[in-house]
Design a protein around this ligand. Structure first.
Ligand code: SF4
Length: 233
């Protein structure tokens, strides 16, 4: 958790601005958070597995994450959980999903991982699995797609993994979203750091937005699309 989060929440407490926390929730000062729970609109976290020993090997501290998630749930703060779908958890994905669903999160995202480091990619990415295994895994996502209205997303995964087909149309990053990093740098997409469009601390807003429009327009999704992009279509 960002160390000054409690100061930021204090500063927002007299405004109309709502805050979202995105964290692994392993370090939480509940006493300080309780001061401003009313301004939290959502708490987002990422969980790889519900078996602590497996999750701990991938991400760490799952007991703390789960107990803090339950605490937020008890305070009626809406939850959002992302489950990265990887070789480490894919055959258990239905069990993981059904367990996490008991917390009644507002959203559960199941997102195939896409890692550009070759050795890590072999360990994590689904790309090296055979089509028969991929079909079994994708079938296990049906309850999630049904409950969270993700049928389209599951269809895109099927197209990509089973039929080698790209989505039609443009992703949201090409159309109407952009990213400002913590250092102020602006990019059209989280995954396109090669398309930097200036910095909010040093460049005029108009020049940034003009450059952004040019760079967004230059994106050819067939060249940069990967499984990680599926939720953005
Ligand atoms: S296709 Fe993927 S990597 Fe390319 S701009 Fe869209 S979201 Fe980003």
């Amino acid at each position: 958790m960002y160390k000054d989060i409690y100061v930021l929440l204090d500063a927002l407490s007299n405004s109309n601005i709502k805050a979202r926390i995105n964290s692994n929730l392993t370090v939480l000062d509940k006493r300080k958070l309780t001061r401003n729970l009313g301004i939290l609109s959502r708490v987002d976290t990422t969980i790889d597995h519900i078996d602590p020993e497996i999750n701990d090997k991938i991400r760490g501290f799952s007991e703390k994450t789960m107990s803090n998630l339950r605490w937020f749930k008890s305070k009626n703060i809406p939850l959002e959980i992302t489950i990265p779908l990887s070789k480490k958890n894919c055959f258990d994905i239905e069990r993981i999903y059904l367990e996490l669903r008991k917390l009644k999160p507002k959203e559960i995202f199941i997102q195939p991982v896409d890692i550009f480091t070759k050795s890590l990619d072999e360990d994590y990415s689904l790309a090296s699995l055979g089509k028969a295994e991929l079909k079994i895994i994708l079938d296990r996502l049906k309850p999630w797609a049904r409950d969270y209205h993700r049928t389209r997303e599951l269809g895109l995964m099927r197209n990509y993994y089973l039929k080698d087909k790209f989505p039609e149309g443009d992703c949201q990053m090409k159309k109407d979203l952009f990213v400002i990093d913590s250092d102020g740098a602006v990019y059209p997409c989280f995954h396109r750091h090669d398309l930097r469009c200036g910095n909010i601390y040093s460049d005029p807003p108009k020049s940034i937005m003009d450059d952004l429009a040019i760079k967004q327009n230059s994106i050819d999704i067939k060249k940069c699309f990967g499984p990680k992009c599926i939720p953005l279509f």
